[in-house]
Ligand binder design. Structure first.
Ligand code: MEV
Length: 439
């Protein structure tokens, strides 16, 4: 049993590793070298990574892949994707290639408002807090003048503050619901700084307010924080083509389109399917978000809340066939940034932005929405035709071969054999065993 440790963050990296190995990895003789093999030999780069978080002891590598041929609003993009799942980049590339010949992706930003709340307790007369709020609203806005000066100059900033009476949901619960335009910044720090200042000003002004003094009920701030639920920061991406253009020789266009639309309808009404359907969408979305240094947890939380807005968890995509035209689209909330945070710090993120031709936040929203739609298209296309495992296992083959510590020669023989044979874990193991018997 390891002992609790004090002052851990003050220890050097070597001391932290020593402590870790002594306490938790005593039977692993290669632990230290495993950790150190991922240290970057460039001290500046390593220092950058050390400083991202507390207690960095090494780096964790993930593949950075690219998916070319994305035609988005008549412009060609190559998407950077950071992901560990074997088939995701291949699926994205396939979908991009498919739609390249059919007009590409059309996208549109619907809205870009973000929001945050000051959460308040008030158990007095609701008229008192309503009157107080309308009196002090200009001062609340004024209190963030300094914080929003630059953002205002660029055309963004606080849009409005509303007092929301939520006492029907929770006794004594009110909110100052604040809406913001944060332009190219994801805006978390900006919004939180604004909210905390508004909250302080609100409490300060409430102290001398007559109605509160007389009733002995004064509002109290519980907390102030942005919301990752951003249904007013919406983007839409769509593909469409005549149904006849969907045929691929093995399946005719109408059969494919009908099955595809049915698959989407199933995800719309059956939450168990919707979760997996949306997970596939997030394969594409998260990969581009990670590559561009954005906050995938924020996006995940916001997207799934949006998918359950009606009270039933449902599909993020929709599909239709009208007048022999197949249409497939996604509408999702994405609060993204192209400035601030990791975007200008991480060398790979900087490169990702460069390869995307330096998009602004609105353009990035559109690119990311396309990544989600493309991923979902690829998954459903496989699911309603050949099944998902064929492509998955083909891409997973190298992982199995690496697990089995195969040599280059064994890998070549095995991949060549499985070009025309179905890949399964056991089939690959047996094939490699047979090869080794012959060696
Ligand atoms: C796997 O990562 C994603 C899929 O399960 C998505 C789907 O079922 O639509 C293939």
């Amino acid at each position: 049993m390891a002992n609790p440790v004090t002052g851990f963050s003050k220890k050097t990296k070597e001391e932290k590793i020593q402590w870790l190995v002594e306490n938790y990895l005593p039977n692993n003789p290669t632990a230290i070298s495993t950790l150190k093999q991922y240290w970057n030999s460039d001290r500046k780069i390593q220092k950058l990574h050390d400083d991202f978080i507390e207690n960095t002891i090494t780096n964790y590598l993930l593949p950075f892949g690219i998916a070319p041929n994305f035609l988005i609003n008549e412009q060609l993009y190559t998407l950077p994707m950071v992901i560990e799942e074997s088939s995701v980049v291949a699926a994205a590339s396939n979908a991009a290639k498919f739609w390249l010949k059919r007009g590409g992706f059309k996208t549109e930003v619907i809205s870009t408002q973000k929001n945050g709340q000051v959460h308040i307790n008030f158990f007095g007369n609701s008229q008192d807090i309503t009157t107080f709020f309308s009196e002090v609203k200009p001062q609340l806005i004024e209190s963030i003048d300094a914080i929003q000066k630059n953002m205002r100059n660029r055309g963004g900033g606080l849009i409005d503050i509303e007092l929301i009476n939520s006492t029907a949901k929770l006794d004594g619960y009110y909110q100052l619901h604040c809406t913001f335009e944060t332009l190219d910044a994801m805006g978390a720090n900006f919004i939180n700084s604004c909210l905390e200042t508004i909250a302080k000003t609100f409490e300060l002004l409430a102290k001398g307010h007559v109605a509160f003094e007389q009733s002995n009920f004064r509002p109290e701030v519980v907390m102030s924080i942005l919301s990752n639920f951003v249904p007013e920061c919406l983007v839409r991406a769509e593909v469409s083509c005549p149904v006849s253009e969907l045929s691929n020789g093995k399946i005719d266009g109408a059969t494919f389109a009908n099955k595809f639309v049915r698959a989407v309808q199933i995800a719309q009404m059956e939450p168990r399917r919707a979760v997996t359907h949306n997970k596939g969408i997030m394969n594409g979305i998260d990969a581009v978000i990670l590559a561009t240094g954005n906050d995938f947890r924020a996006v995940e939380a916001g997207v799934h809340a949006y998918a359950s807005q009606t009270g039933n968890y449902t599909s993020l995509t929709q599909a239709s066939i009208e007048d022999d035209v197949f249409r497939f689209w996604i509408e999702i909330p994405l609060a993204l940034g192209t400035v601030g945070g990791l975007t200008s710090l991480h060398p790979m993120t900087k490169l990702a932005f460069e390869l995307l031709q330096k998009p602004n936040a609105k353009q990035l929203m559109q690119i990311v929405a396309v990544a989600g739609l493309a991923q979902n298209f690829a998954a459903l296309r496989s699911l309603v035709t050949v099944g998902i495992q064929k492509g998955h296992m083909k891409m997973h083959l190298m992982n199995i071969l690496n697990q089995l510590n195969t040599s280059a020669e064994e890998q070549e023989k095995t991949t060549s054999h499985f070009k025309n044979n179905e890949v399964s874990h056991s089939a690959v193991v047996s094939f490699v065993e047979e090869l080794r018997k012959l060696e």
